[in-house]
Every structure is written in C-alpha cells, then in structure tokens.
Design a protein. Structure first.
Length: 230
C-alpha cells in the first residue's frame, strides 16, 4: 500500500493509476477567463473569483471574421473530423480560437501538475471536475498521512497538440483532448528527508492525454479538466 502511495506522488505514474477513477464533470466551479473563451462580454464576477488563476487564451474584444478558420488550419486539416468539429465550435462561439486554446491548456497542464505535487488543493479545486478533484485530493491526503513530501520542478513542454474534439450539438458541451509531452523533475522524501522515490537530479519524461470540457455559448468561459490518461 505504501508503494502505491509513493508512486501516486510521482506525476508520471499518477494519471495512469487514477485513469479508471476519473470521469466527466458535473459543473463549473470557477469564473475567470481561462482559455478558448466566449465571444463578446466578460463573465460576471462571483464570490470565489479571487481564488481563481487567470489563464491566457481568451480575447473577449476580438471580432473574428465569419469564415476565418486560420486558427483551426494551424492545428488540424479543415476537412478532417477534428477540423470540422473545431469549426463547428466557432460557429457556436465565434470567439473560440484553437491556437489560444492550446496556449491556455499548456498553462493549465503545468499549473495542475505543480499544484498536485505541492499539495495545493486551493489551486486545483477550480481547475478540475469534482470527481477528478476527489481522486487528486485522496492521493494528496494519503501522501501526507505517510509523512511524504515532494520536491518537484517543471522543466518544460516538448510538445502539445489537440488530438481529438467532441461536440454535443444538443447541449453545446465540448470536450477537447490534448496530448502533452513534457519533462519534469520529481523526488519523494519520507519524514526524515530521505528520498524514497525519484531523483532530484533526474529529468523524467512524461506523456499524458488530458481532456478538457466546457459548454460553449455560455457566460462561464472556464474549461475544466475532466479526464486524464496516457
């Protein structure tokens, strides 16, 4: 059991072990501008707005041309299923921009990884679907009960791209799958400060598939992580 908890503290193994426990979200908990975005107008402020970290990727003042799909053509063939889905998203929400979405997703990826490793639940909570948050929180709590701590440093992303997108035309709910190839240093220490997993000098290669979700055309511009995999 201790071995599983230790491995769960390492981001490269966390998502594989949690994959079966993750599902779809039940609602949005944050309010500030993250990535992608809704065209026209800012989302109304809510009580928890001061706890939300703003991500790049939304330009509420932008007025894109109706037939301008240059952002989509940058990331996908316009005639491919992915390209057609992204174009359909722009039809519902003209302010959606695939390139800016990727920029925001990159920021979200690093922020979520580091928040998990440092046990920062306040940062994680508005970024994750409730069931995903529950799984991450359980791993964080288990690690603390064992007296384990994590030294982590995000080195950088080698690549990131949209690999799939699904749009529910009945509800306008959209899911976008992102593939991340990253490098990170992670070392897990016990209560005595001894390293029990990882290496503070070794760069770990990570390859993750994350799914973000949002309902297009709403006043809430937040994309939330709803599933992780490898």
């Amino acid at each position: 059991m201790v071995e599983i908890i230790v491995l769960a503290a390492v981001a490269g193994f966390l998502f594989l072990r949690l994959r079966d426990a993750l599902g779809t979200k039940t609602g949005h908990e944050n309010t500030e501008e993250w990535f992608g975005g809704k065209n026209g107008g800012d989302a109304p402020a809510r009580e928890e707005a001061d706890t939300v970290v703003q991500f790049p990727g939304r330009d509420p003042g932008a007025q894109p041309l109706p037939d301008d799909h240059s952002d989509v053509s940058t990331v996908a063939d316009l005639e491919s299923p992915l390209g057609r889905t992204l174009i359909a998203a722009k039809g519902i929400e003209p302010g959606f921009n695939a390139v800016r979405f990727i920029e925001g997703a990159r920021a979200a990826y690093e922020m979520i990884l580091m928040a998990f490793e440092t046990g920062d639940k306040d940062t994680l909570r508005p970024l994750l679907a409730p069931d995903v948050m529950e799984s991450f929180e359980a791993a964080i709590d288990a690690r603390r009960e064992q007296g384990l701590s994590v030294d982590a440093r995000f080195i950088g992303l080698r690549s990131s791209k949209i690999v799939d997108a699904r749009l529910d035309e009945a509800t306008n709910a959209m899911q976008v799958e992102m593939r991340f190839d990253a490098e990170m240093i992670v070392a897990v220490r016990d209560a005595n400060g001894e390293i029990v997993e990882g290496d503070p000098e070794m760069v770990r290669r990570m390859n993750d598939l994350w799914t973000f979700e949002r309902t297009l055309g709403t006043d809430d511009p937040a994309w939330i992580l709803v599933e992780t995999g490898d």
